[in-house]
Design a protein around this ligand. Structure first.
Ligand code: SR1
Ligand code: MG
Length: 418
């Protein structure tokens, strides 16, 4: 391609700058006059272009040297595209068919050319519109189990795990966003925080709950120090694209080695926020749709549990819980598996509660709530979400089943906290 010196693409200069990239022209042809370029990035960080021609379409994603949401006062290294590329190639190998195909990567330009997923839509938009997705829970639960298991010392050769831990340890600045915005800022009056008017009393309750804050730091320690596996790192409903029957996971630039339950917890939180905000987005079918969201949570866990257990029995070739110690001695490893799954479940609930907090208290809120213009109607829904988050952080050890979890969500959905 294209120059060595980094320069952000524009709709105007993209065709000229990328016309020599064969991997791209293989997909959409060489006649740049027929290319149609649109910038569609609606995330917080990057440029995203759809480039279409009569013969095909691709996505071109380019990192910007700053946080797009905030502007150039918050610089952000371009190297995140490199880690996203390495995460995507591993996810593609470990959970086949669940991520977009990569056609080309250019490190100098922090640029990826990848498959244009169509007619997929961002899952968050579908949840706001009340659209169901068949197989969502199974597909994403399996994605979580396969990437968790196959990126860990349960499966990989230890040299590979150590190499990957070292590789992804270089992704410093992006997980640092999570360290600040997710695990720290919600719990004090940090500079970039904002919350909906009317929530002050709840915010005060949360920020003054010393026991709960200590629990958040327990989970923060797990996030920073328990390097079980390669986590997606930002698995919210804006990182999943779906048709009515198929789901794909995108955008792993927050990739980091972290605890098994982290991605699941983030995901559950975003489903709970969709659940609590529904009343302002739905008409008649509110109950049916809210029940469906809760089913998705419960089935995602079942799908994760089933797939993780299958892999445990069929692909346990890493250094942890070796068959030489269990099956080869005529000893079942099932108790060890159950204990590990319980641990993952409990941790996922803690991460879930923290993500529910940060999306209402620090920077980068969710459209599920933000699209409710009437703040007097939004605040009580966010209050339910914040208070359930607090309970999950405090009681993660005591919530034993998905039934317990869903009953708790139903209970909080009927409460008036303001
Ligand atoms: C400044 S970036 C804010 C958020 O956007 C990303 O999607 C992550 O969730 C991050 O925390
Ligand atoms: Mg993202």
């Amino acid at each position: 391609m294209i120059d060595d010196k980094y320069e952000p693409l524009t709709i105007q200069n993209l065709p000229k700058r990328l016309m020599a990239v064969r991997e791209l022209t293989d997909q959409i042809g060489q006649n740049v006059d027929a290319w149609e370029v649109k910038e569609v990035g609606d995330g917080n960080l990057n440029l995203v272009f759809i480039v279409k021609s009569p013969s095909g379409a691709v996505i071109v994603k380019q990192a910007l040297p700053y946080v797009r949401l905030v502007g150039d006062s918050w610089p952000l290294p371009l190297y995140r595209a490199y880690f996203e590329y390495h995460a995507l190639t591993r996810q593609a190998a470990r959970a086949e068919g669940t991520v977009p195909k990569i056609y080309y990567f250019n490190s100098d330009q922090a640029l990826l050319v990848m498959e244009y997923l169509t007619p997929h839509k961002i899952l968050r938009e579908k949840l706001i519109l009340g659209e169901k997705v068949e197989n969502l829970a199974t597909d994403v639960g399996q994605f979580c189990a396969r990437t968790a298991f196959r990126g860990s010392d349960l499966s990989l050769d230890t040299a590979q795990v150590k190499n990957d831990r070292a590789l992804f340890a270089g992704n410093v600045a992006i997980p640092a966003i999570t360290e600040a915005l997710v695990f720290t800022d919600p719990y004090f009056d940090a500079n970039m925080n904002n919350h909906t008017a009317g929530l002050d009393v709840i915010v005060e309750t949360i920020r003054n709950d010393v026991e709960m804050k200590a629990r958040t730091q327990h989970f923060f320690r797990l996030y920073s120090a328990q390097q079980d596996t390669m986590c997606h790192g930002d698995l919210h409903s804006g990182s999943i694209m779906c048709t009515s029957t198929e789901s794909k996971v995108i955008d792993p630039e927050f990739v980091t080695y972290g605890p098994f339950g982290f991605d699941l917890g983030m995901l559950f939180a975003n489903y709970f926020m969709a659940f609590f905000s529904q009343i302002e987005h739905r008409g008649d079918n509110l109950e049916d749709y809210q029940n469906w969201i809760l089913e998705v949570i419960s089935e995602t866990w079942s799908s994760f549990e089933k797939e993780f257990s299958d892999l445990w029995h069929t692909e346990r070739t890493g250094m942890l819980y070796p068959k030489t110690m269990f099956e080869d001695q005529g000893h079942s490893s099932d108790k060890a598996l159950i204990s590990l799954l319980n641990d993952i479940w409990r941790n996922s609930l803690g991460f879930c509660g923290i993500e529910m907090h940060r999306r209402c208290l620090s920077l980068a809120h969710n459209a599920d709530f933000e699209r409710i213009d009437d703040l007097e109607r939004r605040a009580p829904l966010e209050a339910r979400n914040l208070m359930l988050g607090r309970d999950l952080i405090l009681k993660s050890e005591k919530i034993r089943s998905t039934n317990d979890l869903l009953n708790l969500a139903r209970k909080f959905n009927a409460e008036d906290f303001l």
